[in-house]
Design a protein around this ligand. Structure first.
Ligand SMILES: O=c1ccn([C@@H]2O[C@H](COP(=O)(O)OP(=O)(O)O[C@H]3O[C@H](CO)[C@H](O)[C@H](O)[C@H]3O)[C@@H](O)[C@H]2O)c(=O)[nH]1
Length: 799
């Protein structure tokens, strides 16, 4: 079990929509319940509250192993691109941070990486640092919520980064820009003032406030924005300047030129969201990744060296450094209004940026010249001498480094979805680092290549699609036994019959288990069936076929341990059991369930198209996948269930499985309820059926946990299948569809599982080498086995 402390969030996110409450409860609601705010809740006057806050803060610092805090900073928009890098710098400089973010174009998952990077930098454990970073989900345009979030807080300073930042978008939707940027800041400063939260502020401004100029722009250059975005920045600056003059505030406006690039670790960078317009460098990233055909260059008729517009690109880490430098300058000074340009002083054209990104990525980048974009200046290059002189700040990182760092970030995050943008406690324990999830795909490709060499395969040379004889099949799954009679007229099915638990125990003999299976066939055996003297045995466990056609069980899995089966000749065991039942049947084939599923596609597609699937995936009690190697016409079992490399383990996984963590333990029906039990200790012992029931019921912590665990399973399976396709599709002619057969309880009985699986695979599909088609078929293993089985003639060795 996870200790209770582990289950509580360390990095909390909650909505601060005020609710009606009275007295003490009201004072505490929505506030961070550290001793600081708890004491504020019972203190009397404002002065008392301040004293109590200071005393509590000092006490908190004294017990910390980080050498004391330099004070609390409020960062709006701290989960965004500039925000995440700035928050990291602040933590590394030993400030404590509260982030306000509405997460509309950002996501809180980056904060895990911020914490990890800061902990590495400070040589402390991540857990020691968690109390230094908090997040409240709040929209600055919602004044009531903002007030509830800040009422009882106080900060040495505020860094205001929240807002929209696209020149092009602002031309199309100016009012949205005024609303978000101007009203957002107005609400913020009103609340800061009303509740004495802080009077020191660093503003994220922009060089778009200036009149365009071919010469380097200094802080006293003429102000004349050419787009609504620039206008909103200009209004923000004026509003703050008036506050400095009327109310003794201290403000620094940082006029950014063009921030770009990513953190040197490759784990923080500009994440792309469907709702946010893209800047030049992320657009080039998409072209390099094949997610976008070409870059549209807005205008090649400017009066510049190559006709394309010139900008001053500044590395995001240099920009983040500047925030800390400006903050320290602000904290040291008197009431004042400062403005600083932040750039490198070097202008680069769009074509130069494209060339540099091409060099960094090694990918050829296509482009097309388009009309100029309205609102764009021809040139914007900074004179940052003031920041150099007053802040002691310089942009250290070069142009090439900007592009290289963005490409490193792209490789780290390639193919990731913002799946893990969960603002609930579960995310703290099940959310792996997004780029680790990206690794799953790459690790799987390698593992599947390796596994296909180790695991026995089965030939499909003699495959024929139609069933013209009767075939009996026994399918032993992890939980159920199914017996079938299949023939030209369809099929009869017995079961699923739950395998009694005692048959799985070590104390049970192979004979008992096989007698149980043979008795199932006896229930509908008819001696007159044409060709019905054969029985296929399907096992959802790892098998080993030898050259002489003997198939043995390699090892039990899924909590089975019946004695005398591992390593035994399964044909022999079953033939003996059939004899004991006095059935005139002989075992024709013994097949792994996943391998036999490949042969079942014929049951769906007999009239046209292929009759053998290219791959099969079974996700039920356990999980496995296999694929057809077209060149050798063989089916390979990938032993997918056993994969253990590259999996994104989290606290809950480690607690449950330690070093034993395999893909099966993160995705299959036998284990998912165990993970939910960890998250909801009060729920007691759960089965997969309980999870399905919870999913259909009202909102409860168990439902939320079940949803998350199932989504994660579907996500990992989709990644693993994508990896398998990458390996298997190599033998396929260009453009030909790759058919995948799906079977197993999770696909059939948990609709959200299948939907999520398809969704995640579809997101991956753009990166896959072939178009993919999924076919869902119940009893695929047995249907496929019957097809494969009818080719066998008595006396012939099964391959
Ligand atoms: O598809 C595209 C996108 C951009 N560009 C060009 O690339 C340059 C950079 O454009 P971005 O959209 O990346 O950035 P902007 O220069 O428009 O804006 C950025 O820089 C501004 C100052 O110049 C502000 O700081 C603003 O917040 C910031 O996003 C511009 O010449 C633009 O015309 C293209 O040619 N094609």
């Amino acid at each position: 079990m996870l200790p209770a402390a582990c289950i509580k969030p360390h990095l909390q996110v909650w909505s601060t929509k005020p609710k009606r409450a009275t007295g003490k409860a009201r004072l505490l609601r929505g506030a961070w319940t550290t001793p600081v705010t708890a004491l504020v809740g019972v203190a009397g006057s404002l002065a008392d509250q301040r004293r109590v806050r200071r005393a509590a803060a000092a006490a908190a610092c004294a017990t910390r192993g980080l050498g004391g805090s330099r004070g609390r900073i409020l960062v709006t928009g701290g989960c965004g691109y500039i925000g995440s890098h700035t928050v990291l710098e602040l933590l590394e400089a030993k400030f404590e941070v509260l982030i306000l973010d509405n997460l509309c174009r950002s996501d809180s998952a980056c904060l895990h990486r911020v914490l990890r990077l800061a902990a590495e930098h400070l040589h402390v454990e991540v857990d020691e640092l968690r109390g230094h970073l908090r997040l409240k989900k709040v929209d600055l345009c919602d004044e009531e919520s903002l007030e509830a979030a800040l009422k009882f807080e106080s900060f040495r300073a505020v860094i205001h980064l929240a807002g929209f930042k696209s020149v092009g978008e602002s031309m199309r939707e100016p009012l949205r820009y005024y609303e978000n940027n101007v009203v957002g800041l107005l609400n913020l400063v009103k609340v800061l003032k009303r509740h004495h939260v802080s009077k020191s502020l660093v503003l994220s401004s922009s060089c778009t406030v200036y009149r365009p100029s071919d010469a380097k722009i200094s802080e006293d250059s003429l102000l004349e924005p050419t787009c609504p975005y620039g206008n909103t920045k200009r209004v923000q600056e004026s509003m703050l300047q008036d506050l400095v003059e009327s109310d003794g505030w201290t403000v620094s406006c940082l006029r950014y030129f063009n921030p770009a690039g990513a953190h040197s670790s490759g784990s923080l960078g500009e994440v792309l969201y469907p709702s946010s317009p893209l800047m030049l460098v992320p657009l080039l990233r998409q072209v390099a990744l094949g997610q976008r055909k070409e870059l549209k260059i807005f205008g090649d008729d400017y009066d510049t060296k190559d006709g394309t517009a010139m900008r001053d690109y500044i590395h995001i880490q240099d920009l983040a450094d500047a925030h800390v430098a400006a903050l320290q300058h602000l904290l040291a000074g008197e009431a004042a209004f400062h403005v600083f340009n932040l750039g490198t002083g070097f202008g680069r054209s769009v074509l130069e940026v494209l060339q540099a990104y091409q060099d960094a990525s090694g990918c050829e980048l296509q482009y097309k010249i388009e009309q100029r974009r309205a609102g764009d200046a021809a040139v914007a290059v900074a004179d940052s001498k003031l920041a150099n002189d007053l802040l002691g700040w310089y942009a250290h990182r070069g142009f090439e480094e900007i592009m290289a760092s963005d490409w490193t970030f792209a490789l780290h995050t390639k193919g990731n979805d913002s799946l893990y943008n969960e603002s609930c406690f579960i995310s703290q324990h099940l959310v792996p680092e997004p780029y680790e999830v990206g690794n799953v795909y790459r690790a799987m490709v390698k593992e599947i290549q390796k596994a296909s060499k180790q695991v026995g395969s089965m030939s499909i040379h003699s495959w024929s699609p139609a069933l013209d004889t009767t075939q009996y099949v026994i399918d032993l799954g992890g939980t159920y036994l199914r017996a079938f009679k299949l023939g030209p007229d369809g099929y009869l099915k017995l079961g699923p019959v739950k395998v009694p638990e005692q048959l799985k125990l070590k104390s049970t003999s192979a004979r008992d288990l096989f007698d149980f299976m043979a008795s199932a066939v006896a229930k509908f055996f008819q001696p007159m069936d044409i060709g019905g003297e054969q029985l296929c045995l399907v096992f959802s466990f790892a098998l080993e076929s030898e050259n002489d056609g003997v198939t043995r069980m390699r090892r039990w899995a899924k909590d089975w341990a019946t004695s005398g089966v591992e390593g035994a000749n399964l044909t022999e065991l079953m033939d003996l059991a059939l004899k004991r039942q006095k059935l005139p049947l002989r075992v024709s084939r013994v097949m792994n369930d996943c391998i036999s599923s490949v042969f079942a596609l014929g049951a769906i597609r007999t009239s046209s198209g292929p009759n053998v699937a290219d791959a099969a995936v079974v996700v039920g009690t356990g999980t496995n996948a296999c694929y057809v190697d077209r060149s050798g016409k063989s089916v390979f079992s990938t032993e997918w269930a056993g994969f253990r490399k590259g999996l994104p383990s989290t606290a809950a996984d480690v607690e449950l499985h330690g070093d034993e963590l395999t893909l099966e333990k993160m995705v299959s029906g036998l284990y998912l309820p165990r993970i939910v039990e960890q998250l909801c200790p009060d729920a007691g012992s759960l089965s997969m059926k309980d999870l399905v029931k919870a999913l259909e019921g009202p909102e409860t912590p168990m439902k939320t946990s079940a949803q998350f665990v199932i989504r994660r399973s579907a996500y990992l399976c989709a990644q693993a299948l994508a990896a398998l396709i990458e390996v298997a599709a190599r033998g396929k002619p260009d453009g030909e569809v790759f058919h995948v057969l799906l079977d197993g309880g999770l696909f059939h009985c948990v609709p959200i599982y299948r939907a999520q699986f398809e969704y995640f695979l579809a997101k991956r599909q753009a990166l896959l080498p072939v178009p993919v088609k999924l076919h869902l078929l119940k009893d695929a293993a047995s249907i496929g086995a019957a097809h494969a089985g009818q080719l066998w003639k008595p006396g012939q060795a099964a391959d």
